[in-house]
Design a protein around this ligand. Structure first.
Ligand code: MMA
Ligand code: CA
Length: 259
């Protein structure tokens, strides 16, 4: 028990000491508040204000430099953009010119293409005609038979081909048929009226190339049809029996080219 009282007293003594300390420190703190707070001197305040002004000035100068640099960069950028715009405009002009030229070229090529297409179709038609045995000479098509038949069978073949036996109405045609160097039937006959020679289209004979002594109209042979016989000569025709087996020549005008 005595020990207990002794401890309490000891604690009480410690507490008193601690309280004393607190009071001292409170006194010290109170004294400090009175020194640093409201009692800032005018000189110190002016110094701080001056310092703030210096910082502000430095800040303003920094901003001014930054603004000047940004402005210069912006101006440079604007000029570069202007140059780019000028270049792009010039390039656009060149491209427009090139486009116009190419359009002109394309139109010319289209015209050429159309012409070539027409020529190709024409050649194709001619080739087909040639394959069928026709040759084109000065605007007329001629078919020379590879075989021999009578005059009437020969004419029937020409009609079947959409043509008729050759009617000679120019010196060129006479020379062309004479140049074939064969006995060949042409579209001339006097079968309707003896001695009255007519072409197969019904027109009368005006320009003739009879061989010497022809037409002799041999009554025994009933010579009502005309052939090339003396083919090496300008005057080469002979009247012959229509039943003789000869080659023949058909003639027709080319049909207009379609497509
Ligand atoms: C053949 C015959 C006739 C022709 C004479 C020409 C013999 O008959 O082709 O038509 O007139 O030859 O000599
Ligand atoms: Ca004769």
């Amino acid at each position: 028990m005595d020990q207990l009282y002794a401890n309490v007293e000891e604690l009480s003594a410690d507490c008193s000491e601690w309280k004393g300390n607190i009071q001292i420190s409170e006194t010290i703190d109170t004294n400090q508040d009175k020194r640093t707070g409201p009692q800032l001197s005018d000189g110190a305040f002016a110094k701080i204000l001056c310092l703030l002004c210096v910082f502000l000035l430095i800040g303003l100068l920094t901003l001014a430099v930054f603004f000047a640099r940004a402005s210069a960069q912006w101006e440079a950028g604007r000029l570069a953009l202007g140059d780019s715009f000028t270049n792009v405009t010039a390039e656009l002009g060149h491209l427009q010119t090139r486009y116009n030229n190419l359009t002109g070229d394309r139109e010319q090529l289209q015209v050429q293409f159309d012409k070539i297409l027409v020529e190709k179709n024409d050649l194709q038609t001619q080739f087909q005609v040639f394959q069928q045995g026709w040759v084109n000479v000065k605007g007329s098509l001629y078919y020379i038979s590879p075989t021999k038949r009578s005059w009437h069978e020969s004419r029937a073949d020409c009609l079947w081909r959409g043509a008729d036996l050759l009617i000679i109405n120019s010196r060129e045609e006479q020379d062309f048929a004479g140049g074939l160097q064969e006995r060949i039937w042409i579209g001339l006959t006097d079968a309707d009226t003896e001695g009255e020679w007519k072409w197969v289209d019904g027109t009368p004979l005006t320009e003739s190339y009879w061989a010497a002594g022809e037409p002799n109209g041999d009554p025994l042979r009933k010579e009502d049809c005309v052939e090339f016989k003396k083919y090496g000569l300008k005057f080469s025709w002979n009247d012959e029996s229509c039943d003789l087996q000869n080659q023949w020549i058909c003639e027709k005008k080319p049909s207009p080219c379609v497509g």
